[in-house]
Design a binder for this molecule. Structure first.
Ligand SMILES: *Cc1c(COP(=O)(O)O)cnc(C)c1O
Length: 399
């Protein structure tokens, strides 16, 4: 197998990196990335095995630690993100858990924005306190709340931007500064922005996590996640956690996700262009009382969006004025757009957060996050934008 130093090609622009970055080839010189479905590796002699294990002969020893196909995915992601190191995981939640668990010990404190993906909120709010890690939830858009929440024992700040499902934008550079003022690490879940539109590490964040399940696959096939950060922390904290607890990505998923990365810029650009058209269309509808789209000037944090994102979003949120029953009638009348809680897919997917993704947080937390009975979250896919607009038109009439 030939290997290439991923740093060698750092000057590539994203689209090139996403096709070629991190690729290694076997003795056969295959065009496409090789799928190394193997658990272990064999050594020519006992002496070589000894050198492999003591690090004198670098290479693979077991797929829970590292695997050549997974390594290609990690290298490609790290080149795209401009990170020193990356670890791929079985799912986005495994990546979030890995990033947080590698940042805390009993007695530490974590601050997170309230508007979090449900399972992320569970880790921060429910799981961490079981291990004597205290947590504080703040309104992520209010910098004073972040400032007031950090303490000398705060070791991690955690946020998503844009948030799920109301697409609020949090000022990443400002929160990074607050984190660093107490020596804490800022972890950013960058799923909604995608790596095409936002680079948290360049804005001052210390760690970026993705659910690769979303736009990176983008075609509904497999789960995956990745944690990206500096070499020292990944080597000293993240690697041992993966090695000894086993949340690693399967080689098969890594292979699917490598194929997904090749078309990521094209898909995200097309989906975003359609999302912008749909947002503009919905903005003029009397049945719609609220429209939230990060690419529009009427977004509540439009200024920050312009500063830290290079594009709008494949996602939009809107509120059916007449409430839950009307929103359900709208959903049930859609033909092309499917009812599903997933996002970032080639197929347009719509969800009613109050009764699905955010059902478990309860009415009070829903109200706090602006999740009303009429709120819908739409992930725009690769269908023709005009067909999607006509589908929405028909469904609005059914209200
Ligand atoms: C989906 C998602 C996750 C979890 O990812 P899985 O791959 O489903 O485990 C985490 N954060 C955000 C923002 C997500 O959208």
């Amino acid at each position: 197998m030939t290997t290439r130093d991923p740093n060698e090609t750092k000057s590539w622009r994203p689209a090139t990196t996403l096709v070629h970055g991190g690729t290694t080839r076997s003795q056969f010189g295959e065009t496409s990335e090789t799928l190394y479905l193997t658990q272990g590796f064999v050594y020519e002699d006992a002496e070589f095995a000894e050198r492999r294990f003591n690090g004198e002969a670098p290479g693979f020893v077991y797929s829970r630690y590292a695997n050549p196909t997974v390594a290609m995915f990690e290298d490609r992601m790290k080149m795209l993100e401009g990170a020193e190191a990356a670890r791929a995981t079985a799912s986005g939640m495994a990546a979030v858990n890995l990033a947080i668990m590698s940042s805390v010990k009993a007695g530490d404190h974590v601050v997170a924005a309230k508007a979090l993906f449900g399972s992320c909120r569970y880790i921060v709010e429910t799981l961490l306190p079981r291990f004597s890690v205290e947590s504080t939830l703040v309104d992520g858009t209010d910098l004073d709340q972040w400032k007031a929440a950090v303490k000398p024992n705060t070791t991690a700040l955690f946020l998503e931007s844009p948030t799920n499902p109301t697409l609020e934008i949090i000022d990443i550079a400002a929160v990074a500064e607050i984190a660093h003022s107490v020596g804490a690490r800022l972890i950013v879940d960058n799923v909604f922005a995608t790596p095409m539109f936002q680079s948290p590490l360049k804005l001052g964040a210390d760690v970026v996590v993705y659910s690769a399940t979303k736009h990176i696959d983008g075609q509904g096939r497999c789960l995956g996640g990745v944690v990206l950060s500096d070499e020292k922390w990944i080597t000293e904290e993240v690697m041992p956690f993966v090695k000894h607890t086993g949340p690693h990505m399967s080689p098969f998923s890594a292979w699917v996700l490598l194929k997904g990365l090749e078309t990521l810029p094209l898909r995200v650009a097309q989906q975003t262009s359609s999302a912008a058209k749909i947002a503009d269309h919905l903005a003029g509808q009397s049945a719609v009382s609220r429209l939230i789209y990060p690419g529009r000037d009427d977004h509540p944090q439009a200024e920050i969006a312009k500063r830290q994102m290079t594009g709008g979003s494949t996602m939009l949120a809107f509120e059916i004025a007449a409430g839950k029953e009307a929103a359900f009638r709208f959903l049930n009348a859609l033909e092309i757009i499917k009812i599903s809680n997933n996002l970032g897919d080639a197929k347009s997917l719509i969800t009613h957060p109050a009764t699905t993704t955010h059902q478990s947080i309860g009415a009070e937390a829903q109200a706090e996050l602006g999740i009303s009975g009429g709120l819908l979250r739409l992930s725009v896919g690769l269908e023709d934008a005009q067909d999607l607009i006509e589908d929405i038109e028909t469904a609005l009439k059914a209200i």
